[in-house]
Design a protein around this ligand. Structure first.
Ligand code: LRH
Ligand code: MN
Length: 424
């Protein structure tokens, strides 16, 4: 199912006059508006291949219909989103949920949709039906060398798939840990995990990155062997220059100051990328910016300040990925809202008067510092984000067009009501 260019042009022509009025109003107040719009056009967010169907919990899963049945249909759906918002030009695969049977064909299909392959993800948190040894008590940390070898081989296999698709990074998230005191020797588990990661690291092509994703709890509920940013940084530093930490916004203990963690990891040159989502309690994997948009803004404020301090390229030097699960929303609508929220937070951060903020900080003028930050946060930057989309050939209102074009209805007609996508 495609949304044709003419449909986007018709949609935009209906909304253009109103958009131009709003854009000119905000642009009149911003000196570097051209630069900001260009940065927004360049900023692409990778869509997770495992979040194109309806998610669920142990209590239930309520499918919305028309879900992609194959990797090809998943690439079509990500391509459709990208056609609408010109902001999701990459897909992140999860192996073995999305093994590319014919990598060449898959690669050319992705190119047809203007997509590249971002980080590939390994999976040693589930036992596959044809698997010899179980990961019940962990994978890279496991006391049994044979289980660790099975997990190491899987990660090296994932790298091979990524190389065939033109990806240049692997995300390793380990569900490894313990559920009860006494179950695990923490030091030995750390050392076994590090030694296992070293074997995977040794298999990385020279231009590749390894992202070590940490998580405070779930599915283990007493300890996680990569439980927080400090542990992830410890692994990344001991592994070498191609290893980085990955920040999944939902993987922190309540009230953690994630923007401070981001600032410090960036300062260490060991921040590799993000799994964007939002949460109120645990790893809720909710729509980005749906619960705590101010925190998202503060994170982007640290990112812009920290990346500029290291002359990093905003669009390419970090991994920008979404990791979400959709229990009650249409997966594609949810992803459109998440990309929009990320772009809005980035645009607001680009509006921060960093010189004035620096001055206020140097004078310990706390109230002034807050005023400067919130001036940017309270600016309605949506016309800037829309203008970037318009200039890139996207829709002024992607979600609106998704609905008026009855995309979900057409997907259900094509694929049926009962189709289930692989993933979470
Ligand atoms: C773990 C996680 C990880 C993925 C999985 C789908 O909670 O965030 O990034 O592998 O979700
Ligand atoms: Mn994640």
């Amino acid at each position: 199912m495609q949304v044709e260019k003419y449909a986007i042009d018709n949609h935009n022509s209906d909304l253009l006059a109103k958009h131009i009025k709003k854009f000119e109003f905000i642009a009149s107040d911003i000196s570097q508006v051209k630069d900001i719009v260009q940065k927004l056009k360049d900023f692409q967010v990778a869509i997770p291949s495992w979040a194109l169907g309806t998610g669920g919990t142990r209590f239930g899963r309520f499918s919305g219909g028309g879900e992609p049945r194959t990797l090809e249909e998943k690439i079509e759906d990500v391509g459709l989103l990208h056609k609408l918002n010109q902001s999701g030009g990459a897909i992140s695969l999860h192996i073995p949920w999305d093994i590319p049977q014919n990598p060449t064909a898959i690669k050319s299909l992705a190119v047809q949709h203007g997509l590249r392959f971002d980080a590939v993800n390994s999976n040693t948190f589930q036992d596959q039906k044809d698997q010899e040894l179980s990961y019940k008590f962990g994978s890279l940390q496991h006391v049994d060398k044979a289980v660790r070898k099975q997990a190491i081989d899987h990660n090296i296999e994932v790298i091979r798939h990524g190389v065939e698709l033109g990806s240049d990074s692997i995300t390793v998230w380990l569900s490894d840990g313990s559920c009860f005191p006494g179950q695990l020797n923490f030091r030995k588990a750390f050392q076994r995990t590090l030694d296992s990661l070293k074997e995977i690291y040794a298999a990385l092509p020279a231009n590749w990155k390894m992202f070590v994703e940490y998580k405070a709890f779930e599915p283990n509920f007493y300890s996680m062997t990569v439980g927080d940013w400090g542990q992830s940084l410890l692994y990344a530093n001991k592994l070498g220059p191609q290893a980085y930490t990955l920040v999944d916004l939902g993987h922190h203990l309540p009230n953690a100051n994630i923007e401070q963690i981001v600032a410090l990891l960036l300062g260490e040159g060991k921040l590799g990328g993000f799994h964007f989502n939002d949460s109120k309690y645990g790893d809720d994997d909710l729509t980005v910016g749906s619960i705590n948009p101010y925190q998202l803004f503060l994170i982007f404020n640290e990112l812009v300040e920290g990346m500029d301090a290291r002359s990093m390229n905003h669009a390419t030097d970090l991994g920008w990925m979404i990791d979400a699960s959709h229990n009650v929303k249409d997966p594609l609508e949810d992803l459109l809202q998440s990309v929009e929220a990320i772009k809005i937070a980035y645009a607001q951060a680009l509006l921060v008067d960093t010189k004035a903020l620096q001055q206020a900080q140097d004078q310990s003028d706390v109230a002034r510092a807050q005023e400067i930050l919130q001036q940017a946060y309270r600016t309605d930057v949506r016309p800037l984000v829309a203008e970037a989309r318009l200039q890139a050939g996207g829709a002024l209102d992607p979600l609106g067009l998704f609905r008026t074009h009855k995309v979900r209805e057409q997907l259900i007609k094509e694929r049926g009501q009962k189709t289930v996508a692989t993933g979470l």
